[in-house]
Structure formats: C-alpha cells, structure tokens
Design a protein around this ligand. Sequence first.
Ligand SMILES: [Zn+2]
Length: 546
Amino acid sequence: MSARLRIVGGTVHDPANGIDGEVRDICIEDGRITAGLPDGAPTLDARGMIVMAGGVDIHSHLASSSCNHARRLLPEEHSADPTPAPALLDGAAPPRSGTGGTVPTTFTNGYRYAGLGYTTVFDAAVAPVMARHTHAELEDTPCVDGGFFALMGNDEYLLRQVAAGERERARDYAAWLLGSTGAYAIKIVNPGGVEAWKSGQRNLNGLDEALATHGVTPRAILETLTDAANQLGLPHPVHIHCNNLGLRGNVAVTLASMQALAGRRAHFTHVQFHSYGGPGWSSGAVPIIEYVNAHAELSIDVGQVMFGPATTITADGPVEYLLHKSSGRKWVNIDIELETGCGIVPLLYKDKAAVSALQWAIGLELFLLSRDPWRVVLSTDHPNGGSFLSYPALIQLLMDRNVREEKLKQVNPKLLAGSALADGLTREYTLNEIAIITRAGPARLLGLGQKGHLGAGADADVTVYAKDADIAQMFATPRYVIKGGTLVVEEGQLRRAPAGRRLHVRPGYDDALLPDLRRYFDAYSTVSFENYPVSGIPDDPLPLSP
Ligand SMILES: [Zn+2]
C-alpha cells in the first residue's frame, strides 16, 4: 500500500472547510491529507461518488467491562449473529471471528464501524478502576481511533471533596484520574443518583436533593466537574447524563441542569432520554431544543431510539432496576467500589408500543428543530437506543421526509397527539448537514482538530459513498473507507484492519493532592495506590487548551 493516494473526482462534503458538494481531488500522503501530490501518484477513481471525512462517534458503548457483562448476559445474540473472520488481504493483520447482536465482540465492533465509514469512536462510560479492561478491548478494536470517558459523578473521593468545599482538590483529582487511567473526558451519569442507589437511598429526584451519605447535591457535582473540565482545558467539556433518565416529566430536571451551567461549556448526552413531559407521557423536546438553540455554550447528542432490539448499558443503576421491573427482562446490577455502578437490561423498541413510538418521535423532533447542527449531533447511545448499525436508517429518516412520514403512519400514535412531529415537520437534512452531525460536529465538540474534516494536515480518514436513491443503503455500504491513509474498505469489502490510535489526555495537577489520596486508597480501596494507574498506554496524550 503506497503512502500516497489521490482520490479523484468525487463530490466532496467537507463542511469544516466550507466545501458543500464540490467536485475535487483529495490527496493523501503518509496518513495525512495533503494539499497536493505530484503527477503519477496512485489514484482512486471516485467520480460520481460522495466523499466525506470518516465518521466520528461521540457516544457509544463498545469497549468496557460493562459491555463484557452485557455480552455474558446475552448468549442468544451470539448464536443468532455469528461473524466469521473477514477475508482480509495477505499481509494484513490476522482476521478474527466474533459475534454480533446489539453488543458485538471487539474485533467485530472495529470491522463493523469501519464498514459503516466510521473511523473514530469513544466509549462514553468507563469506571476508572476498570480502565485496564477498556484499554485491552480498544487494543482489539481495529480500524478505529478510540478513547473513553471516565465516570466521576458518583465517585467517593470526589463526593468527599465536594462535601468539604474543596473544589480545587476535586479538580486536581479529576486531572489525576484522567491521566492515571488514560481517559479522554469527564463523564457524569445521574449525578449523585448512582451513589444514592448503592447506599439504599434509591435515587435523587431533583438538582437540590442531597445525598444522605454525603450531604452533596447533583447541582454541586455538576458545577464542580463542569468547572474542572473547563479549567483543565480538556479538549471535550464535561459529558453529562442528567438525573431521572427515562422518567416522565424529566424535562424539568434536564432544563434545570442546563440552566445551572449557563455560560459554561458543557455537553449533554442522549438528550432524547431526558426530554419527557409530564405528568402523563408526552414530548418535552420543544423546550429543550429551544434552550439548546439559544445557548451556544451547550452541545448535545440526541440518543435516538430506533425500532428493534437494543441493550441498555449504563452506570445509572436505579433506572435499570425500573426497566427490569417494567420489562421483566434479564438484569445485571453491579456496584463498582468507591466509583460508580452498572446496570444492564436488554430491550425491544416496538413501533406499536406507545412509549417507544414517543421516544422515536422525540429524538426526531430534537434533530428537526435544531438550528445549529454543529451542536446537535447524531447518536443512538449505542446500544441503548439501538445499534450503531441503525445509523444509516436514521440518516434516511432525517434526509427523506416521505420515508419519515410513512414510518410515522405505522407507529402507535397514542402519545403523539400535539407533538411537533405529528403536527408535521417538513425539514430534510442535506448531505452537508449529515456530514456535520456525523463527523465535523462531533470532531469539533471533542476538540479533535485533525478529525472530521479533509483539510491539509487532517488525519487521512476518508469515506467514499456510491450515490444511491436509497439513502440508508448508501450510508450502510460505503464503497471505500480509508483509515489513517490505509485503504480499509475496498469495493465495499473490508480488506485491511490496521490498529487504531488511542485518544487520551494527561492534564497537570497540584502534587499536594497525592498524600491525601494515598491515605484514602490505603484506608478504603482494594486496589493499592501504586497499582491503580494504567501503564503502557499507547500514543502520546492529546494537547490541552491553554
Ligand atoms: Zn450512553
């Protein structure tokens, strides 16, 4: 494979560089996009095809001890979807078999993401003490650059610092934790609510309800970690899963959380699951998206529900208990010492089920009422709202009003009366807007300057689609995918599976933290202070903002 390649004559959608459907060549040299190449460089004929940067998934669950528990919970998915080793070219890395379903095995995750034209993926929820497991899984997830967000919103040491008013020490601890585990960003899940679940208080229901164990409120946790991320100059701001996920009326706590952080950079995740009106089931999408539209410091990913099988995997223990009780399905509940929790319940979203149909509609309302695609990006919270394999069908719903309206006629309408979608939303996303919500936008929100675009110096992650009247088909089967300059998918077939890079940060902190932290480990942790940090993390940490 030559280090040089000229992709000739494709129709390029590169919104980060202001290019919206221009026919031009894209040149690659030594794994990077370059402004030009000498005549005679090898070429790839993309005439008549669509060229975009590789996809960037800002929020997925693919490489964690929680995913492994989900795999263990769902053996029926393994026999239903075996994935034979792909026919890679000689000299490529040895191909590996695996299993699919909603929670595929590691190699299958890499192959399938690449087959979809995605080249960068983040696992959005990793217990820091289990970071080694995640690094091992990412090691075995080829074709994509990857990283993870570290769960901190229910961490015992952090809660103690918040309770004591020691916000600078909390920030130093967050920095130490990110660097020690090789994480990329700070994740909050149900701030305080997971600790409430673990300690028998069940849950926290509002921003100002305090933890009985610590006297700390969700508001204080949100403020502390949001400021920590911003003060440390992390490339991605704090990544927030709000309180009361999935509950009727939760739009109130979601809005209150956004208001609590007004003026501060923050990312709210899978907002569909946090946009329910009350007291009966109804859409709360309009007030949420109006608030997001009006506040440039905020960004969201949608967490679209797609009909079909899903597996909910979350640190949000209390919501999984409720899902288990209401669905009667299998359930995993794990308390992770000192740090967080984990719950898993498989689910089936049915278009004839009223609540599933409402969730589907709310996600689409968030997309279709968004005024800034750079801040409202695509996710299904894989595999919580549906598999990442459903992204092409979701893109089709956004781009094709007819397909959307036909589907709307088939779903249970019981809870949709008065919703914006039922009242009629005519918007159709353009290819450029799709390029924003699937690559340029998430790359920018993640602070990845070399991802999500095709300007000179960017990583040579490129996806080439053959035009097809069936939009879902087009996005499901890219003709070519190039990862870091390597032709991974050729004529629609996976041919090479290079290892991805690890994306992580190592912010500085005040060493005065360490003696206190060591005493805490000695007193409470089953892992010694010396053994906690992960060694041997590949690739240099990414730079921080000054
Ligand atoms: Zn998630």
